[in-house]
Write a protein that binds this ligand. Structure first.
Ligand code: ADP
Ligand code: MG
Length: 246
């Protein structure tokens, strides 16, 4: 890890939707291999923050540098940056009319011009990793929510991203399926993936996070190591939030 050269560097970022300020003076750095868990009440700007890292939202002011690329530099190729940053959403967002295998190979073939056999070989390796080799020919509708989310993770990994963003990946799942998705995420974390995860799974945060970021009303209120955050929160708003959810 090189503290002077973080893979994500967010500085004094403000984001407005019209006159509404969704992000207020947000600064955060993520080192290569770090796992950052973002917590906060609904509407606090967590999704907006992730979406700015992936350039799904433009920032109003401030700067974001991802893997040495300044996202505000108009010379930058937005698609190149998106290739490096995989994202997994609450709602899976699989292509419904494509098989699981085709879901995984579509972007590598179209965007990275990978030969089909190579893309399919890699896709099968990734399906093996998430425990779904036997579902390669299935369609999303034939899978459970937990299986669909594991496919979504494999699909993001098929682009060989350097960073993975997760936006409440287990929030839409029935309780009995949460574990299988978290297990895949823990494996990914152990392998050294750089991850920014918005989640309400406090067990995951404690086990996996290098640092926990607490947001409220568009601001980062507290950044701390998980033990410190959960056992000795500094800020009153953090304490109140933890009392409500724990
Ligand atoms: P969180 O993920 O923490 O629940 P969001 O980042 O989704 O919060 O939203 C933060 C605030 O920004 C909310 O008040 C939300 O209504 C507002 N917001 C998010 N996206 C938009 C948008 N595209 N247009 C207008 N307001 C938005
Ligand atoms: Mg959200």
């Amino acid at each position: 890890m090189n503290a002077a050269n973080p893979i994500i560097s967010i500085r004094n970022v403000n984001k407005f939707f019209g006159t509404f300020q969704a992000l207020a003076d947000v600064s955060l750095t993520v080192e290569t291999g770090q796992k950052v868990v973002v917590l906060g009440p609904s509407g606090s700007g967590k999704s907006t923050l992730l979406r700015t890292i992936n350039q799904l939202e433009e920032i109003s002011s401030g700067s974001i540098v991802v893997d040495g690329r300044d996202l505000c530099d108009p010379q930058n190729d937005i698609n190149r940056i998106r290739e490096e940053v995989g994202m997994v959403f609450q709602s899976f967002n699989l292509f419904r009319h494509k098989t699981v295998l085709d879901n995984l190979t579509l972007a590598p073939i179209k965007l990275k011009k990978e030969p089909k056999p190579q893309a399919e070989k890699r896709a099968m390796e990734l399906l093996d990793k998430v425990g779904l080799v036997d579902k390669a020919a299935s369609y999303p509708v034939q899978l459970s929510g937990g299986q669909q989310q594991r496919v979504a993770i494999a699909r993001a990994l098929a682009m060989n991203p350097k960073i993975m963003l997760f936006d409440e990946p287990t929030s839409a799942l029935d309780p009995e399926m949460i574990g299988e998705v978290l297990e895949v995420m823990v494996t990914l974390a152990r392998e050294g993936m750089t991850m920014v995860v918005v989640t309400h799974e406090m067990g995951f945060a404690r086990e996996v996070a290098d640092k926990v970021v607490f947001m409220d009303e568009g601001r980062i209120i507290e950044i701390a190591a998980p033990d410190h955050f959960f056992d000795a929160p500094e800020n009153d708003r953090t304490k109140k939030f933890l009392e409500q959810i724990l």
